[in-house]
Ligand binder design. Structure first.
Ligand code: KIV
Ligand code: ZN
Length: 504
């Protein structure tokens, strides 16, 4: 299968997203992750644009070994000089020169005639070729350029030494059929087309960046320019994860492949989203939170029976942990029971039916039902948690300037056990002493205290959420002494854990 070169421009076009700017250290961090993702080319920045851009490209060029490091330049000597200076240290380097060729851009932005543009493009490519062997040229706004002029420009820059010619749909105006036809036309009409790689660079203004890029591939393009999470100017660019996974999943149709390590896709997406502060929409293809989540009962039932009924890709392959069955009011009994089993509850037919009824009542009030909700439902059905450990007494000493010490006494099977521990506070000391007695290690995640009656001698009810290894358990305890209520809540959580583990 022919290989498609994946050119990542997250650090250049992607960084042009409003609010997406990164500092130098963050850019280097993203570049390292892109290297792990195994992209072929990293467009690291636009060095003439600012000192920070220049420095970032320079650092990346020195640090990153495997991919080609590319720097962007207008068709001007000073831009090309800055680009070259920034990537000089790179093992593999490329200069990417661009100049607009559409009527609108030439007339209003550049105020130049076709002949001047052609000459400038050729001279810039020749100048860049004197510095590096790998030169890319982009006729900006190519999709709105007169086709015959585009043919003329592409042919001339290849003659001048361009090794890659990128065809940008700068304003996201193209449609899949017409962009594919444009690529096919260039492949046919440009005499020296076999001397360069043809590339696609599509923006998503009409939501067609991925489709346009793939159509270009189908018609002969051998490089796709894209960004992680599809970030980029305005509506963004073709998302790398979509292009790569479409090529992989539908290799039967596209008959090409990429070298991207798809297992790194999710991690890369999270890193870029986190550093740029741009959230990924939940229903985003491939890397959105819901991309492998199923809520409808019919889908969940199908998926449990055979995954391929409702999944065309495996979540693990792109770095997700696994498919998620979201329990909500559209879910059915099958998914509900499977989830309970995964949580360690093996309920009999009658108990399972009651639990499902309680679950449905809750699901009608609450959008998503989490594992803790299910545990609360099932625990609520357990009439009495056996009190393996019982509270007997406690003694706490707390002095300003020193750590509090708690001595707790518990009873189990008629036997009494006492232990001492110190902690950051009296509750912490008390929980540590209980851990010692019960030979368990709990981590307090949540603690709340509520008064359940009035007056000075009000009864206080403490609710705790404790994490024991992977399991989170809610415990409750009450007393007029809040430290005693705290100890009882923690002991209740331990007793629940013992009970649930035994049922398992
Ligand atoms: O969208 C565009 O035309 C560009 C060029 C610089 C390639 O980003
Ligand atoms: Zn662009």
């Amino acid at each position: 299968m022919k290989k498609i070169i994946i050119f990542d421009t997250t650090l250049r076009d992607g960084e042009q997203s409003p609010g997406a700017s990164l500092d130098i250290r963050q850019k280097v961090e993203v570049a390292h992750q892109l290297e792990r993702l195994n992209v072929d080319v990293i467009e690291a920045g636009f060095p003439i644009a600012s000192k920070a851009d220049f420095e970032a490209v320079k650092l990346i060029a020195g640090d990153i070994k495997k991919p080609v490091i590319c720097a962007l330049a207008r068709a001007k000597k000073e831009d090309i000089d800055a680009a070259y200076k920034s990537i000089k240290a790179a093992k593999k380097k490329r200069i990417h020169v661009f100049l607009a060729t559409s009527k609108i851009h030439m007339k209003y932005k550049l105020r130049k005639a076709k002949e001047e543009i052609l000459k400038q493009a050729v001279e810039a490519v020749k100048y860049a070729r004197r510095k590096v062997e790998d030169v890319e040229f982009s006729p900006e706004d190519a999709s709105r350029t007169e086709v015959d002029f585009l043919v003329q420009v592409v042919e001339a820059v290849i003659d001048a030494g361009a090794t890659t010619v990128n065809i940008p749909d700068t304003v996201g105006y193209a449609t899949p059929e017409n962009f594919g036809r444009l690529i096919a036309y260039l492949m046919k009409e440009v005499d020296n087309i076999d001397k360069a790689v043809i590339s696609a660079h599509c923006h998503d203004d009409l939501g067609m960046a991925t489709a346009n890029s793939l159509s270009a591939v189908k018609n002969g393009a051998r490089q796709v320019e894209c960004t992680i999470n599809g970030i980029g100017e305005r509506a963004g660019s073709a998302p790398l994860e979509e292009v790569v996974m479409a090529i992989k999943t539908r290799s039967d149709f596209y008959e090409v492949s990429t070298s991207v390590k798809i297992k790194e896709l999710y991690k890369t997406s999270r890193l870029v989203s986190h550093l740029m502060g741009i959230k990924v929409q939940p229903n985003k293809a491939i890397i959105g939170k819901n991309a492998f989540s199923h809520e409808s009962g019919i889908h969940q039932d199908g998926l449990i029976k055979e995954r391929s009924t409702y999944e065309i890709m495996r979540p693990e392959d792109v770095g997700f942990s696994k498919s998620r069955l979201v329990l909500g009011r559209h879910s059915g009994r099958h998914a509900f029971k499977v989830r309970l089993k995964e949580l360690g509850f093996n309920l009999g037919k009658k108990d399972a039916e009651t639990a499902f009824g309680n679950f449905m009542r809750l699901a009608n009030k609450k959008k998503e039902i989490y594992d803790e909700d299910l545990e609360t439902i099932v625990e609520g059905q357990i009439s009495e948690i056996p009190r393996v450990w019982k509270f007997r007494s406690m003694h706490i000493t707390s002095e300003t300037g020193s750590f509090p010490v708690a001595e707790v006494e518990l009873e189990s099977k008629g036997e009494s056990l006492k232990k001492k521990a110190s902690g950051d506070g009296p509750v912490d000391a008390c929980y540590k002493a209980i851990d010692k007695i019960a030979r368990i290690k709990g981590r307090l995640i949540d603690y709340s205290l509520q008064s359940v009656s009035r007056g000075k001698d009000a009864l206080g009810e403490v609710t705790v959420k404790v994490k024991f290894k992977e399991r989170e358990i809610i415990g409750k305890g009450s007393s007029t002494d809040i430290l005693e209520a705290s100890a009882k809540a923690y002991i209740n959580a331990i007793n629940k854990l013992i009970y649930i583990s035994k049922r398992k």
